[in-house]
Write a protein that binds this ligand. Sequence first.
Ligand SMILES: [Ca+2]
Length: 284
Amino acid sequence: MAIISRLSADKKGLANVLIVILSLVLVTVIVSNVILWSYQMNQFDWERMQEKIELIEVCSESHWFTCKDHAETTIADGVYERLYSDSPYYLSIQADLRNYPADYIASIIMEVKYRITDASANWALEAYNILSNRYDFIASLPSYSSFNSYVVSLSNWQNYVTETGILVLRLYARDSNKNVGPPEHSQGKPPSKSNEVAIDLDFLGIKVLLNGTLFVIRNSGAVTAHIVSIWINNVVVHKRYEADIFINPGEKISCIRGDIQLPAGLFTAKVVTDRGNIAVFTNN
Ligand SMILES: [Ca+2]
């Protein structure tokens, strides 16, 4: 009886020891997981707080590039430059096209806001063709007695804009005795302005129209940002697009999405990172 009783006590003791050991293992696993999870959460929160992205620009066309040598023509404000018909005018525009890869440029348009008080005057606008090394006729400017805008599309823009973004235009009043070509430079004596026909130029500029949408994003945070989605919203459209863009700390990137078309009018664009941070742009 005593032996049976002792064996039973030993079994009970062993079971207790096993339970204690198993409990310890279980507690250790749970505690270590809690500590690891807590550390990972802290790490995630820390990285999330360190991440800072800015959506600087969202557009499907560039801003206006203008002729810096003729300061009054850089803004359409009613203040103008008067050009006389005694000689051709050469107008050079420097366009910074670094953000606009050629493959995504649909066209380049030119806007001229002007008036010509002499209805009989016939002003020609030409662009220098860098392939053929001559000026190509672009438009005959209609005679506007008050300021009006005339828009021309440069379909073969690559013939006229150099790799560094320079476009040279020639503007002149056509000689009624000649059908083509600018007047000769008057040499020797200065021209008599009172007898000359004038064009008043209020604005002259070009801008790029894109096939798609340009996003300019800056990472001003301390960790690499990973953009995973883009939203384009307005009062009727809420559209999400997948994205996979990495931006290093301090880096500013420009990317064009050919599949994203912006709605007309006001819209809000958002980019979202994998850590859940959001940058917003509104075109107001
Ligand atoms: Ca002006």
